[in-house]
Each structure stands twice: as structure tokens, then as C-alpha cells.
Design a protein. Sequence first.
Length: 137
Amino acid sequence: MKRNNMSGETNLTALLKTMRPKLNEGEYVFCTIPASHNIDPSQIIGSFREQEGLTLILEKQMADSLGLNYTYVAAWITLTVHSSLEAVGLTAAFSNALAKEGISCNVFAAYYHDHIFVAKNDAERAMKVLQQLTSPG
């Protein structure tokens, strides 16, 4: 097994202090497609294979053009700190802070960054909550 020296930050205090949330432009949706459906991989923001089908995160406009169904329109926030997949407590810290404000979040942990999808109408409030976590007090 090859180990990468760029494993990311694991210290929760450092992660919270330097997570620098970034609100990405656009509207995003979660769709599910059968395995037989072909879609250009460059159009996919994220995916996860489940027993029931392939879940995709797509730009809303792309899902509309493909005729895919969705029920949730989201904003996409990226925590720009390089967090380790082994870090403990980061997801709990920001999801609890968002929950206290009545903001639901869907988290996608990728290799370099954590990505948070919140209801489009909650985007600005969510950014304020996350920014407050970076400088508590």
C-alpha cells in the first residue's frame, strides 16, 4: 500500500480555525439513476453507488436537461482546508452548529476537502454559522 505524505490536517482546533468555507456558485441536486443510464463523467460533481442505484450530485441545470428527478435544491459549500480522512470531530462540529440554527446539511467527504450541501435558501445563514466556527468567541 502506497502512502501519500499529503494526508491532511487531523487536529480539530486547527481544522476549525483554518477551514475557510467557500460558497460555490450555482444550484445543485441529488439524483439517482439506474446503472444502464449513461452520463458524461465530467458533468458529475459527486457520486455514490448504493444498492438501489447510483446517486449523483449534479448542477440543477444539467439534471433538468437530462430529465432527471430531484426533490432538493442545494447550495454547495467547500471547506477549503485540506482535512484528513482520519480527522475526528470536524463533521460533528459543523453539523451540530448548523443544526442549532435549524439548517440541515448533507456532507460529502472527498480526499482533500469536505463539501457541505445545504438547502439553497439556507446558504447565506450556513456561511455565517461556518465562519463563526472559524473564530469562536
